[in-house]
Write a protein that binds this ligand. Structure first.
Ligand code: SAM
Ligand code: SF4
Ligand code: F3S
Length: 477
């Protein structure tokens, strides 16, 4: 089994699709059956697949990377845009063909698309045997048994308190250096374009002690970087008893600090921050701890206050700019990335110009840009007409991508001559004579291997760059 596939750790990237998973070491003889899991969507979905793997492994299922060898095929799906769902449907059709050749195989759909389409999936699509929503993974073993008897098995109940806090995820496709740690689930924000509150349910935070324990265990196993995950990490909130049994509230800033204090050798990242909720306390915590990366993903979605109001983002352009200024004041040189949507309902050329000028102001290091895709059941779908022709949405998107390309190249070029601390993640894609890792600012850095290895922190002087990679040489003291 090829076990050293490096997980692409660009977080938030819903474009990352269809990674097949297998854990680092599995003696397949230990298991009565094999499962194959493929994940689509955001980092939270990928983290969920690791929870699913743990539940299945405790019930006698081992992971395989070969779908043809599997008794159970699971697709962990995303509904964020129409295209994401179309990709999954195509993949399920391929699995249906496999099932025709081997009728004993069970095919299950998990995640956000399962939640959105529910039983309709079984009736309309006839592609799957199991439909399991994001809060129902504990019931998978029972559902599999039901499906094995020929019944269609569905559980899409959303929960107000499920966080899978007690389940130790099985790290799949791990490079042994970076790991995702889920700190909360769901979302209460109701941005009008977004399907997530409907597919993931109400926001709830995970027990702080279980988060710290998971991070400590990861560090003890040799991991050097954790990324704390939630749709809106700044609203993390847990009430815990302190030593004198007093109830104390743990905010996101306090959680970040607790994780950072596990070891100075454990890097901490987090995603996603909401501009309305990120506090000065969080910014000062980042500034105080060298091992909390100076990098914030702060999705803006639009540069027009009018459109932001229709999107129900609850901040204005001016508020957002003030936040960015505050970040740069408290954490000088902080890396900044964003998400942007073009062609939202009623967006005019002037609104689009406002988005472009905001991008010009912020000069993001990284941006994920999408054209608006109406999602059934969302506030926008119910209230507004999806009135911008696709050709205009795409033209505006292209203009934005072109502008961002200039900013991201400038951001890379600014690092030439600087020295940055790189956490090595493995060999470079091109050759085993070079190593690849990430800087504090989340940029990919490549340098000659010498005697360094995966998991080392190396000071690298940057000599040149491409659009996506910094190229340098290690400084040996
Ligand atoms: N919770 C994060 C936030 O508040 O920004 C991320 C949510 S979502 C998983 C990731 C990104 O997908 C969003 O930031 C948004 O830019 C994009 N997105 C969400 N719904 C969309 C839609 N209907 N059409 C196009 N892009 C969408
Ligand atoms: Fe969707 Fe908004 Fe929640 Fe992000 S904050 S998941 S965009 S509703
Ligand atoms: Fe994530 Fe897609 Fe669901 S972005 S929360 S997997 S809709």
């Amino acid at each position: 089994m090829n076990t050293l596939l490096t997980i692409e750790s660009k977080i938030h990237d819903e474009a990352r699709q269809g990674e097949a998973y297998a854990p680092i070491t599995t003696s397949q003889n230990e298991f009565k059956k094999l499962f194959f899991i493929e994940s689509y969507g955001c980092a939270m979905n990928f983290a969920d697949s690791e929870v699913v793997a743990s539940i299945l492994q405790s019930n006698g299922y081992g992971a395989t990377k070969n779908c043809e060898a599997a008794d159970l095929i699971l697709v962990n799906t995303c509904s964020i845009r129409e295209k994401a769902e179309a990709t999954v449907r195509k993949r399920l059709t391929e699995f249906k063909k496999l099932k025709k050749l081997n009728p004993g195989i069970l095919v299950g759909v998990l995640g956000c698309m399962a939640e959105r389409l529910k039983e309709k999936f079984l009736q309309e699509e006839k592609l799957v045997d199991l439909v399991v929503g994001p809060d129902a993974y504990r019931t998978l073993p029972g559902l599999i048994e039901e499906a094995e008897t020929g019944q269609k098995a569905v559980n899409v109940l959303l929960s107000r308190d499920e966080t899978y806090a007690d389940i130790s995820p099985i790290r799949l496709n791990s490079n042994g250096v970076n790991a995702f740690v889920s700190i909360m689930r769901g979302c209460n924000n109701m941005c009008s374009f977004c399907v997530v509150p409907f597919t993931r349910g109400r926001e709830r935070s995970r027990d702080v002690n279980s988060i710290i324990e998971e991070c400590q265990n990861l560090f003890a196993e040799g991991y050097k970087e954790v990324t704390l995950l939630g749709q809106n990490v700044d609203s993390y909130h847990w009430t815990a008893a302190d030593n004198s049994k007093q109830e104390v509230a743990v905010t996101f800033a306090a959680l970040l600090e607790k994780v950072a204090l596990i070891s100075p050798l454990l890097r901490v990242r987090f995603s996603t921050s909401h501009p309305k909720d990120i506090t000065d306390e969080v910014l000062y915590t980042i500034a105080r701890h060298e091992n909390i990366c100076n990098y914030i993903h702060l999705p803006v979605q639009s540069g027009s206050s009018r459109v932001l109001q229709l999107m129900n983002r609850t901040y204005t352009r001016e508020w957002y700019i003030a936040k960015v200024n505050r970040i740069r004041e408290i954490i000088p040189g902080c890396g900044l990335s964003t998400d942007m949507i073009t062609g939202f309902c009623t967006e005019t050329d002037e609104d689009h110009d406002q988005s472009m000028s905001l991008m010009e102001y912020c000069k993001y290091d990284l941006a994920y840009m999408y054209f608006y895709s109406e999602r059934p059941g969302t506030l926008a779908a119910r209230r507004f007409e999806d009135d911008i022709p696709e050709i205009i949405k795409k033209k505006r998107l292209q203009e934005m991508v072109d502008l961002h390309r200039i900013h991201s190249l400038q951001s890379m070029q600014r690092d030439i001559g600087k020295t940055c601390k790189v956490l090595v993640e493995g060999f470079s894609k091109k050759t085993q004579n070079e190593l690849q890792g990430r800087s504090d600012h989340n940029k990919v850095v490549v340098f000659p291997k010498a005697n360094f290895k995966k998991g080392d922190y190396v000071m690298v002087k940057i000599d040149s760059c491409t659009a996506g990679t910094l190229i340098g040489t290690a400084i040996v003291e």
